[in-house]
Design a protein around this ligand. Structure first.
Ligand SMILES: Nc1ncnc2c1ncn2[C@@H]1O[C@H](COP(=O)(O)OP(=O)(O)OP(=O)(O)O)[C@@H](O)[C@H]1O
Length: 284
């Protein structure tokens, strides 16, 4: 079943001469892990904003086409309603955190949903345990590390139990430890909690290992779409677009160019074997 259907979506920001999204049509299956890559300014963030109705409801411009989320056309439902289906997490966790304690931050998201007290507590406990912040529930959020703040931002979205989590470069401002903790949480939400994930991420290694499918954006369009192994195989196209490829694919690509492999996307042990065998050939 498709949880998201995007039909011929184009968008131009008010006052802007050019379209930031151009005729995008795609679908995302329930439980799928989608990675989004593309150079700066290719429309990745704008696309994310269409998935929970911020575009067209809160950002002005010319919007064409339809986005259907879990059967709801985003044109016909408010951002508040759509937020219970699609949770959005941005780059900078500081811009999403307002409350005095971790617990209040997560509870705040539920306040206007009219959920009964017991269910509210159950959800808060479940969410904070899931993101690994239950023991920090009384902390003042600005005292948390970058990774913890981003996990808190994710928690305040998760507590609404959305089916889809959209994360727009959630690790770009984090140190390596913070990056790892956020990406492993994203993986857990997909693999264990069966959530649909849409992740804009500059770390191609992570997407190659974990995404089910990748969309490559260029100039507001989706120019490539497929399984990570298929997408990263086309190193030349990705380099032309300006997208980083995983290190092991770069090595694989060099081996392929030298006729030592028929593909660029190789496992580490395949690279080792090829290098070992070619070194034997040289010494013979
Ligand atoms: N609020 C805005 N008003 C006018 N134009 C905008 C606005 N936000 C983005 N744009 C333009 O829309 C295009 C797509 O921008 P967007 O931020 O969606 O790209 P992106 O792929 O997410 O880039 P990055 O990787 O740098 O975040 C760019 O040309 C950008 O200048």
């Amino acid at each position: 079943m498709n949880i998201i259907e995007v039909e011929n979506v184009s968008f131009r920001y008010r006052g802007s001469p050019k379209y930031s999204l151009r005729d995008i049509t795609l679908s995302i299956k329930d439980g799928e892990f989608i990675g989004i890559i593309g150079s700066s300014g290719s429309g990745k963030s704008t696309f994310c904003l269409t998935l929970n109705g911020i575009i067209p409801h809160s950002i002005q411009g010319e919007f064409e086409g339809n986005v259907i989320v879990d059967g709801m056309n985003t044109r016909e439902h408010s951002v508040a309603e759509l937020s219970t289906k699609v949770g959005l997490v941005f780059q900078n966790p500081d811009s999403q955190i307002f409350n005095m304690t971790v617990l209040e931050e997560v509870a705040f998201a539920l306040e206007n949903l009219g959920i009964e007290r017991e269910e509210m507590w159950r959800r808060i406990r479940w969410t904070l345990k899931l993101v690994g912040l239950w023991n920090k529930r009384e902390e003042f959020p600005p005292n948390l590390s970058g990774g913890e703040k981003q996990r808190l931002a994710i928690a305040s979205v998760l507590v609404m139990k959305p089916k889809v989590l959209v994360l727009d470069e959630p690790t770009s401002q984090l140190d390596p430890g913070g990056k790892r903790s956020v990406l492993s949480l994203v993986n857990l939400l997909n693999k264990e909690e069966k959530m649909t994930i849409v992740l804009v991420e500059h770390n191609p290694e992570f997407l190659l290992e974990n995404a089910d499918r990748i969309f490559v954006f260029e100039k507001g369009m989706v120019v490539m779409e497929g399984k990570p192994e298929e997408i990263f195989e086309d190193v030349e196209a990705l380099e032309r677009i300006g997208v980083r490829v995983p290190s092991r694919v770069k090595i694989g690509y060099e081996l392929k160019k030298r006729g030592l492999s028929d593909k660029a996307v190789l496992k580490i042990n395949e690279i080792r074997r090829i290098l070992y065998e070619s070194s034997l050939e040289r010494t013979e």
